[in-house]
Ligand binder design. Structure first.
Ligand SMILES: CC(C)(COP(=O)(O)OP(=O)(O)OC[C@H]1O[C@@H](n2cnc3c(N)ncnc32)[C@H](O)[C@@H]1OP(=O)(O)O)[C@@H](O)C(=O)NCCC(=O)NCCS
Length: 153
């Protein structure tokens, strides 16, 4: 990591190329430039980027619908993983969700994604169920939830 403290700010159009790069490192079903553009300008969507030394190295976001935030993406560039940035980003995402009026936050993830699971557990999410063979490759999806009234201060 660089010398400056990581900064988290709202995602903007200028960040799309960084999204594209990080998407390709993180996901088999990586979003295209057009999909990312549509996503970050969707009125229901809220995305933030994390910068280290003015470089976007991670991002995360959710859709907020009727008090329920659904996390769509949490992604940290490969070279910047295992430095606590995922934890920082998800904790900020959660706090921003409450600030925006969410009552609950949910997500689904591959059940064998141990790093993601650790990050979400640390932010207070609880396992809520499995969707068997949910993904195209046959992997199960793990559903997790976090409720505002159970927030630990
Ligand atoms: C999941 C992800 C966001 C985590 O980001 P990160 O910046 O590495 O997260 P952190 O450094 O804050 O914490 C990672 C934790 O997972 C642990 N970890 C990392 N790789 C691991 C592995 N292969 N198996 C088990 N634990 C692992 C780390 O030790 C750390 O645990 P700790 O906090 O108890 O020390 C990142 O790995 C990523 O972008 N992955 C690809 C995209 C993805 O899977 N997104 C989530 C989709 S639901």
């Amino acid at each position: 990591m660089g010398t400056e403290k990581p900064v988290i700010r709202k995602a903007e159009a200028k960040d799309i190329s960084a999204f594209v790069q990080i998407e390709s490192e993180c996901f088999n079903d990586a979003w295209s430039h057009a999909m990312i553009e549509k996503e970050i300008f969707n009125n229901l969507a809220h995305y933030w980027v994390l910068e280290c030394d003015q470089q976007v190295v991670a991002y995360a976001g959710f859709w907020l619908v009727k008090g329920e935030a659904q996390i769509n993406r949490v992604a940290v560039a490969t070279k910047f993983r295992n430095k606590g940035l995922g934890n920082y980003l998800v904790q900020t995402l959660v706090n921003n969700g409450w600030d925006l009026g969410a009552d609950s936050i949910t997500l689904e993830m591959r059940s064998d994604n141990e790093a993601a699971h650790k990050v979400y557990l640390r932010a207070g999410f609880k396992d809520a169920g499995i969707r068997p063979h949910y993904y195209e490759d046959g992997s199960d999806a793990l559903i997790m939830w976090l409720y505002r009234d159970k927030k630990i201060s």
